[in-house]
Write a protein of this length. Sequence first.
Length: 174
Amino acid sequence: MNNSENVIPGNIPQGIAGYARKIDHVAIAVRELEKSIIFYTDLGFELTERMTTKGSESGMVSAVMMAGPVKFVLLQGTDENSQITRFINEFGPGAQHIAIEVENCEAVCESLENNGLRFNTKIIKGPGLTQRFTQRCPESGVMLEFIERNETTDGFSEQNVSDLFKQLEDNDTF
């Protein structure tokens, strides 16, 4: 994976600001999920969802933590080959990706891609959810997710997470 040729900022005319509606969630890579859940619960976050994801080569466990409109998704790798473990080994624990809600994910991503933004995935579609992930910022390790939800969906589709894992594994990215 070559992140040094990621984004050519001056090529994106209106930048992300022209498309962003709000931050949907922040995904945080952690070393120990249960200890992290306790930390955020003690701060007043509520555990609202747990998920286990298994790809063909890696896996993760995750927990959605909510505090009012603030949503953090805690991610822990399940083994040394896990995309999350690889991320932590490369960049350390912390923000793994930031999801930005947009109105029309496909059109936004097409426009940004045409202006030089590079992506790690193709469009991922599932029940009530469309998303796509950029390449990582080489300085922070963070990738951006552009996400479009229908009005009835605020959780995460297991199908979408599985599709994401497959695409990242196929590209040997994390």
